[in-house]
Design a protein around this ligand. Structure first.
Ligand SMILES: NC(=O)C1=CN([C@@H]2O[C@H](COP(=O)(O)OP(=O)(O)OC[C@H]3O[C@@H](n4cnc5c(N)ncnc54)[C@H](O)[C@@H]3O)[C@@H](O)[C@H]2O)C=CC1
Ligand SMILES: O=C(O)[C@@H]1CCC=N1
Length: 276
């Protein structure tokens, strides 16, 4: 793996997932640094991952050649403006994981035309099973693309998308996606309890079933639809259950949910683009 020094700005859930994945992948902890205002979180990063921590965002940038923006979208303008001078001095490759924050706005706030890669990871990056969409601004050269891809590949599967707008689609699908599957697990677990299973048994069987289904979908040449058909014996139990899910029009429901997530990403982009 590349030996780039990476500064994370904002040490929350996603930065933790990325750092955990990079460290597990063998990335040298002392080449990773995090700027985070919360003292407890700074302590956690030092103790658990052995990475360097900073209370001041500018300090974290001092000797970094890759910058990963991991604050909430609403803080993007403030944080980028604050580090603009330090960033211009280093001219790092900027990787933003912030949902709905356009490349051009990031470049404007950082005071120039820095090379920006938008990446949309998801929390399974923590266990190196992330799904990550990537898009590069025109300023990103081949080395920058390779560097961004190498970093993100350490925590999961990467896919470049053709247009920046498609990052909003990736956000709605895989960025938010783990929450859809967790919700489904919660619902299945509750159903198991309502059928008389104890809570622990219902949870264990639900999680193992999700894992098994995902593993089959990954390893099999068949589509998820074909795998589903193979579980569904004519006149059997699965058929009865699926009748209910299909009658409730699960496909339309999923489409509405994903479109709502997408609309929110677009809405964020519009409102954040207007910030100076
Ligand atoms: N949570 C998720 O599943 C995903 C989140 N994202 C994006 O990642 C970004 C971070 O999300 P989370 O990690 O979930 O949020 P989070 O709230 O867990 O983390 C944000 C961190 O930023 C810190 N922070 C607050 N003000 C700061 C400042 N002025 N300077 C530096 N750090 C500051 C907070 O203390 C917090 O630790 C967001 O932009 C989100 O859109 C992207 C993909 C998936
Ligand atoms: O909910 C959010 O806004 C972030 C982006 C994708 C997942 N979490």
């Amino acid at each position: 793996m590349t030996t780039t020094r990476i500064a994370f700005i904002g040490g929350g859930n996603m930065a933790t997932s990325l750092i955990a994945g990079l460290v597990a992948d063998g990335y040298a902890p002392d080449a990773l640094q995090v700027a985070e205002p919360g003292p407890d979180r700074r302590e956690m990063f030092e103790a658990r991952y052995g990475v360097r921590v900073f209370a001041d965002n500018r300090d974290a940038l001092a000797d970094a050649d890759t910058l990963v923006l991991c604050v909430k979208p609403q803080l993007a303008a403030q944080v980028c403006t604050e580090i603009a001078d330090a960033a211009s001095a280093r001219a790092p490759l900027v990787i933003s994981i912030m949902a709905g924050v356009p490349e051009q706005a990031i470049q404007r706030w950082l005071g120039g035309t820095l090379a920006v890669v938008r990446a949309m990871p998801n929390t399974p990056a923590m266990v190196q099973t992330g799904a990550i969409g990537l898009h590069a601004s025109p300023e990103v050269g081949e080395e920058g693309r390779n560097r961004a891809e190498t970093i993100l590949r350490a925590v999961g599967l990467t896919r470049w998308v053709e247009s920046e707008a498609q990052i909003d689609a990736v956000t709605a699908l895989s960025g938010s996606g783990p929450a859809y599957f967790f919700l489904f697990m919660e619902a299945l677990e509750e159903a198991g309890i309502s059928l008389g299973l104890d809570a622990e048994t219902a949870r264990l069987l639900t999680i193992q079933t999700a894992l098994g289904a995902a593993k089959m979908a990954v390893e099999s040449e068949d589509t998820p639809g074909q795998l589903r058909e193979r579980v569904t014996s004519p006149g059997g139990t699965t058929e009865r259950a699926l009748e209910h899910l299909l009658k409730a029009d699960l496909h339309a429901l999923m489409k509405r949910a994903a479109h709502a997530a997408h609309d929110r990403a677009v809405e964020l982009s519009r409102s954040l683009s207007e910030q100076s």
